[in-house]
Every structure is written in C-alpha cells, then in structure tokens.
Ligand binder design. Sequence first.
Ligand code: ADP
Length: 499
Amino acid sequence: MKIILASSEVVPFAKTGGLADVCGALPTELEKLGHQVAVFMPGYRCVQRVDTTIQTLPVELELPIGDKLETVQIGKAKLPDSNVDVYFVMHDDYYHREGLYGDQNGDYQDNCERYVLFCRAVLESIREFDLQPDLVHANDWQTGLIPALLKTEYSENPLYGDIASLLTVHNLAYQGLFPAESMPLTGIDQKYFNWEQMEFHGQLNFLKTGLVFADAINTVSPTYAREIQTVDQGCGLERVLQGRSDRLFGIINGIDPNDWNPSIDSHLEHHFTADFDPAVGCEGKAKCKQSLQTEANLETRADVPLIGIVGRLASQKGWSLILPVLRNWLENVDAQWVILGTGDPDYHDVLTSLHRSHPKKLSLALDFSNPYAHRIEAGADMFAMPSQYEPCGLNQMYSMAYGTIPVVRQTGGLADTVVNANGETIDNKTATGFSFTDYSVEALNETLHRAANVFTNQKKVWHQMMIAGMTTDWSWGSSAKKYEQLYGKTVQWAKEPVK
Ligand code: ADP
C-alpha cells in the first residue's frame, strides 16, 4: 500500500510530545511490512539543526490562504535508518521560528494560516511529485483539514477521488480552535461551517473537522477510544465521536527498541537486561541508580525508594495529586524524588520552592533533556504517572522496559499497559506496576505506599515485577500490523457511498 503520513511533529526532527515519537517510529515499521510510506511535516527551524542534509527540491508550490497566494518550497530527507522519504513544507515566515506552536506570549496568532498552508501543501505535493497514495494518515488537529479538503474541494479530481483518509487523535484536548472569521482562510465552502461539520460553539475547530470527514478515526489506546465517547473525557466532542463509533478504534503505541533499550542505551554508563535472578536483583540497574543519585545530587543509597517523574508540567499529568503527595512525602517519608519537566509556570514555582526546602530528597530539573530522561528511567525504582487522562502514554512503557515499576492511574493507555499488582497477578507473575482508579490525593498516596512497601519488604516480588515488565514486547511490531489492517479497512470504507 502507498501511504502518506502527515504530522506536525516527527522524531528526530521536531518534538514536543508523544505524537512525534509515534510519527517517527510507525513509518519505518510499516516499511518493514512492505508498504511505501512518505512522511510530511513543516520545515521548522529546529529541523535544519537536526539534519543538515535536507535537499531543497527544485519546485515551488503556490497555495491559496484565503485571498492570498503563498509560495512554499519542499525539502526532502530520509527518516534515519530507513528508506522512508520525509518531505518538509518550507515557508520561512510561517515555520522558521523558535517554537512549534507559540512563544512566551502564548500560541502564535497565525496558527490557523500556518496549518491551512501545511494541509494544502501535503495535498498539492501528491500531484507535484506523482505520489498516488492509497491513504493519507493525518495526525491531530494540525492535519484535520486534510480529510475535509479530500471530501470537498478535491473530491471530483480523479487524482484524489480515491484517496482514503485516517485521522489519529493523539490528544483530544488540543483541537485547533480559531475565531469564526478564520473560516475563509481554509478555502473550504462556508456552507460547511455548521455545528455538524466544522463549527464548534461558534468557532472553527480543526480537529472536529477531521473527525467528521475522515473515512476512519483512531486513538492511541482502546481504553481512550472508549473514554472519549463520554461527557467526562469527550472534551465537548463526545457526540461527534459517538456518531462515528463504528469507525473509531484504539491502537496502542509501541516504543522504539533501538532508542529505549537498557542493554544498549548510549545515554547510560551501565547496561542491563532482564536476565537476572529475582532472589538477587539486577546489578546493572543498581549501578544506574547510583549514577542517577550522583547526577541528581542525592545521597547514594540502595535501600531508599527512588521515584522518577518525567513529563510535561500540565494539569493532564496529575500534578494536582502529585504536589500534595510530594509535599507530604518530603516531610514524612524516607524516599527520594527526581523530577524532570517543563510547562506551566505555576508548577515551576511550586516545585522550585519544594526543592529549596527539601534539596536532599527532591532533585529538580525544569528542562527538556532526552538523555536525562533516559537516565531517570534507568536509575529510578518507580515512576509516578497519575494522569487525569492519558491517551496512550509512553513513559510508563519506557519505565517497564527499564525495570522501573510504574505507579499509575487506571486511565487510557495506562489502564491498557500496566498490570496492577494484587494477590493473583503477583502469583501468576503478570504484575508489572501499581494502579488506582479514583482521581484523588488519597488514592495516589495509598498506592505509592503500597509500592514502597513491596520495594522494601518483598524484594523478590519487586524483582519479579521488574522482569515481567522488561520481558513484555513493547516494540512497534504488533501495533504496526494493527495499523496495516485498519488502513486496509479504511480504503474499503472510502469507496462506499457517503451516508
Ligand atoms: P505526552 O505526549 O502527553 O507529552 P507521552 O508519555 O505520550 O506524553 O510522551 C511524552 C514524551 O516526551 C516521552 O518521550 C517523554 O520522555 C518525553 N518528555 C516529556 N517531557 C520531557 C522532558 N522534560 N525532557 C525529556 N523528555 C521529555
């Protein structure tokens, strides 16, 4: 099959979250399954820093943005270690900026134009480079107009009429909302600006547009696919999603075993595998803990539980539970915490003040550092991820691959990947973590104590849980096969007459 994957972020070129990891890994896996995949992303400033071999193709595309015509160039490179072509949509005014979506003043004011241009550039490139895809795989709101353009402006064009579209929702909370006056920028007929298609409470909604027009939709875990059809987690789009439930699926993400693998990880001083005796423990992991404690300016002690957190400092990640629990633990419990993250300035302030008052128990890096994220995953005993909602979540999988026991709330992909430790799962050796359901401070506190108790008093069980997580197959292989099946069905559905 010929597939075009369009995404605003792709590892290693640009990343703010899990979307980039998925769009960097899935194309290579699909290529291994025999498909021909081309990736499209905007040519942000950071892209050129990563790859200096990008070749600018000798073409210029003229694209309408409202009344204006904008000229874009297209750059081309390969995804590392693959034969997958990556096309970069180059437009200096729109994309050659420090941030992807905004700066210290908030979102860029012209984000609507920036992503209208991107969606149009993807579709025009199909003609320009004679790509003839069977399917365009769009990802998140930034690409939400692609399915709509295919079903409207491009639908009568024989080059485009048969192209199917799949939209993957990586996070329903980010929808790409713009004032109603932005609608003409899309170039899509004003008649589609109605509550059943592109409008959302008086605003233009890119994600809703994609959900309505795509031939099929998926999210990044089966549980999240169910949750987003409820009022509680539907972010106002639950009715739209319920209406499309026969075309809505959940496919869990994989992780890249070349990147996240404790036996070869180039960011680590010491390496380890699951091949250790649960009665004894894992020597390499113990050394990684020691190195992390040194790097994090914490006392080097094997006996103290070391809890890691890496992630965006956003309310989604459960900070309203973490902060009170952390304060309590720093005062009363013999444990160490290592936190790496950036985001909401209010969380920065609270964490900075907690760090100042408890520097021996809390190590804090308000930073984005991939190497340090690897060393935390390798050196911590536990990883806390009590998310309010979690479409898939990658960090809990990285943790399990590194023998770090996740403590999570049972939501979205966390519910689908972490097996809670209880009498039965400990006995049958399937337990990989500790989880709870109530979004409450008490539930997180109790679950962390439960984990710390096993860490201190049931070493063999702890080691067995590490082995269970480390030996689970987290690689992309089986997820890529599920995408392959869904692409096949989507191509069939695209041929059915519109209801
Ligand atoms: P989300 O996409 O909601 O941010 P995920 O767990 O799916 O959450 O993916 C987050 C990705 O970003 C992971 O690869 C994680 O390691 C990485 N990440 C997040 N914050 C940081 C940070 N401060 N430093 C390094 N990596 C980070």
